[in-house]
Design a protein around this ligand. Structure first.
Ligand SMILES: Nc1ncnc2c1ncn2[C@@H]1O[C@H](COP(=O)(O)OP(=O)(O)OP(=O)(O)O)[C@@H](O)[C@H]1O
Length: 320
């Protein structure tokens, strides 16, 4: 792949990064078209943040060629910085300042022309539903409000490429959906390119035009959510157990993709056809296990992840 495509917001070839003996990124190639959402998917510790830090000029790669918004990351870091916005797990929000003050501070730092500053800040407060809380210290904000403020601060400088490093980690489902809406609007209205990292398969499914799966320093698959699902084929069966004994016995003996101990549900890899469902039911009967509920589903990204890496996401997180 070359690194010259005019339509690419990000073009990356053979990026490598190691910390001592630990190879974190082992030859990453990416080409992300302008105006699209790209999701880099991987469990904790996969190297997602490291790649974002390299592409946003915060740390140096050991090798590789990278262009972001048309600029070379190593040779033109200032031009890259001027074209990008980054919101990460460690937010830029100052707790002692109000939401409005945080935004004004950002406008000052970016040297926005004076008459524009208040106008831009007011517009962002409106857009991110922060008008009511604008005069309150950011310390009093909920997790969702803080993420919105953080993203609003990133937008003060009108970046063309936005890195969102795990934008919804730790948010409740409602705040997560609000963030998704905001991200969709950003792409539709502002034509920005979004580079998103996430551990949530559903998030990548909801937002991304293209998804890449990072596993042990390499991109093990790339494509649209539909392409990745097709690549895996099959699907899964979800079983909910009536009692804890049956649940734990089944968890030990079946080919489990993922599990939810609280809800006593197991996800089993399966083609989902009548024969494989019958075989599974026979097996459960023989073991005298009572199932409360059974659902047959088409493949989702959880199945993709399992097929590509041999592990469910949750197990990889636990194995860290
Ligand atoms: N400065 C550093 N020195 C040594 N090792 C590091 C350093 N920064 C990151 N690592 C290691 O590199 C690996 C990748 O870390 P990284 O933070 O990029 O992963 P991640 O996919 O973003 O994970 P998370 O979802 O937890 O943020 C981890 O094993 C981490 O311990």
């Amino acid at each position: 792949m070359t690194v010259t495509s005019g339509r690419s917001a990000l073009a990356v070839t053979a990026v490598r990064k190691a910390y001592g003996d630990h190879v974190v990124l082992d030859g990453i190639d990416l080409d992300i078209p302008t105006g699209s959402v790209f999701a880099l998917l991987g469990p904790n510790g996969a190297g997602k943040t490291t790649l974002v830090q390299i592409l946003s000029t915060l740390i140096r790669a050991d090798a590789g060629e990278m262009r972001v918004a048309g600029h070379d990351v190593v040779r033109e870091p200032d031009a890259v910085r001027a074209a990008i916005g980054v919101t990460g797990q460690f937010s830029a929000v100052d707790n002692f300042l109000t939401g409005e003050e945080n935004l004004l501070l950002m406008a000052d730092l970016l040297r926005l022309p004076r008459p524009q500053r208040r106008r831009r800040v007011a517009e962002l407060l409106r857009r991110f539903d922060l008008v009511g809380a604008a005069r309150n210290p950011a310390a009093t904000y909920s997790g969702g409000m803080r993420r919105r403020l953080d993203l609003a601060m990133t937008l003060v400088g009108r970046p063309r490429v936005i890195f969102l490093d795990e934008p919804t980690t730790g948010l409740d489902p409602r705040s997560r959906r609000t963030m998704w809406e905001i991200i969709r609007e950003l792409v539709a209205n502002d034509g920005v390119t979004i580079f998103l990292t996430t551990q949530y398969l559903e998030e990548a499914d909801q937002l991304a035009n293209r998804i890449a799966v990072l596993h042990r320093g390499r991109l093990v698959a790339q494509g649209t959510a539909a392409e990745l699902k097709r690549q895996v084929g099959g699907g899964h069966i979800t079983l909910r157990f009536a009692d804890a004994r049956g649940y734990h016995h089944a968890a030990r003996t079946l080919d489990v993709v993922s599990r939810d101990d609280e809800a006593r549900t197991l996800r089993i890899a399966s083609q989902g056809d009548v024969r494989s469902v019958r075989e599974l039911l026979d097996r459960l009967d023989r073991a005298q296990l009572t199932v409360d509920e059974l659902q047959v589903r088409a493949p989702d990204l959880d199945d993709v992840f399992f097929a590509l890496t041999g592990n469910p996401v949750t197990e990889q997180e636990q194995a860290r």
